[in-house]
Design a protein around this ligand. Structure first.
Ligand SMILES: [Zn+2]
Length: 333
């Protein structure tokens, strides 16, 4: 849910060449400017529906338990597409690409839809699974890539009955779909791909880590064959909040309920969570943190004790000061 940025096709192609400035440049190109301003507002405006979706996803996943293996046959995908075709008017306008566990449907030119399916969806899902996720989503999920804002809003209404609160795109658990305005870049798409994987692998994951990881990868690339997040538009607002002493403690962040994280966000929650994940990533600790937290979730449902252990920090006030100094030195672009 929420705003995101970039990872354009060009960017993803450049990813293979690692985190050089050439690779990072295109990832930040079109969306970062409007996003820097619009994204914050969109993030906040989107919060409530996002939380509802996240809660619904978690409940649905719990209800499903582990009974159903998340693997689908060619026949499953074929039947799924037949059902889609029956309910979508002007179906012939769309190109459909099966990219397990997703079905990608777009109204850009067919070659472009196919490229996005491979270079963004396959790339991101593969990179995320490589880092964190052993289980695919429990159902076939549709990724709708609408070519522009008009198409996105018209189809969100006509197909799903939604009036999007974000210009970028969102994940709807009830529709089992990621609904994207792909003209705003691929970053939102990568962010949203994180959420169904969290729902199937870590249904009790608190909002701060769910959104921290989603936000981390909204500006991403590849380093040594692994997906990595780069600095992005959320940095400026966070640096301002750090300078004015408005960033809460990590204990407070980790302890937030979904309601507190999404609906009572003073504007720093996403960015604080993102740049905590970024700090862990850059110190080689993010994957370990995720795995340890997942393993310890019953004893430590907020992740705070696991965070302290993985960081090796007893004094989290001192760590926060160190992290804030680190954040202030980061640059974007
Ligand atoms: Zn999100």
């Amino acid at each position: 849910m929420r705003p995101a940025k970039i990872v354009t096709l060009a960017a993803v192609m450049a990813l293979a060449s690692s985190a050089c400035s050439a690779a990072r440049q295109p990832t930040s190109a079109p969306a970062s400017q409007p996003a820097a301003a619009a994204g914050h507002a969109a993030g906040n405006a989107e919060a409530a529906p996002a939380r509802q979706e996240a809660n619904a996803a978690a409940e649905a996943t719990r209800a499903n338990g582990l009974a159903r293996p998340a693997t689908f046959t060619d026949a499953d995908y074929a039947a799924h597409i037949v059902r889609l075709r029956q309910k979508i008017p002007a179906w012939e306008r769309f190109t459909v690409v099966v990219e397990p566990p997703f079905v990608v449907i777009g109204d850009e030119p067919p070659d472009q839809v196919r490229r996005r399916a491979v270079q963004t969806v396959r790339w991101a899902a593969g990179g995320l699974k490589n880092e964190y996720f052993s289980k695919d989503p429990d159902e076939i999920l549709d990724i709708w890539l609408f070519k522009d804002d008009a198409s996105y809003r018209r189809h969100a209404r006509s197909i799903f009955g939604h009036n999007p609160s974000t210009p970028f795109g969102y994940y709807s658990d009830s529709a089992k779909a990621l609904i994207m305005n792909v003209a705003t870049g691929g970053g939102t798409l990568v962010h949203e791909i994180v959420h169904p994987f969290i729902a199937s692998n870590f249904p009790n994951c608190p909002a701060w880590l769910n959104e921290g990881l989603g936000s981390l990868y909204e500006q991403s690339g590849q380093r040594d064959g692994r997906i990595v997040g780069y600095t992005n538009w959320r940095l400026a607002g966070l640096q301002k909040a750090v300078r004015t002493g408005r960033v809460p403690s990590f204990k407070t962040l980790a302890s937030m309920s979904s309601h507190q994280f999404y609906d009572e966000d003073s504007g720093t929650n996403y960015a604080q969570a993102r740049y905590l994940c970024y700090y862990l990533q850059e110190h080689g600790l993010l994957k370990k943190f995720y795995k340890d937290f997942h393993a310890n979730q019953v004893a430590d449902p907020t992740g705070y004790q696991t965070l302290k252990a993985v960081l090796g920090e007893d004094d989290m006030a001192a760590f926060k000061a160190k992290w804030e100094a680190y954040v202030l030195k980061l640059r974007f672009p």
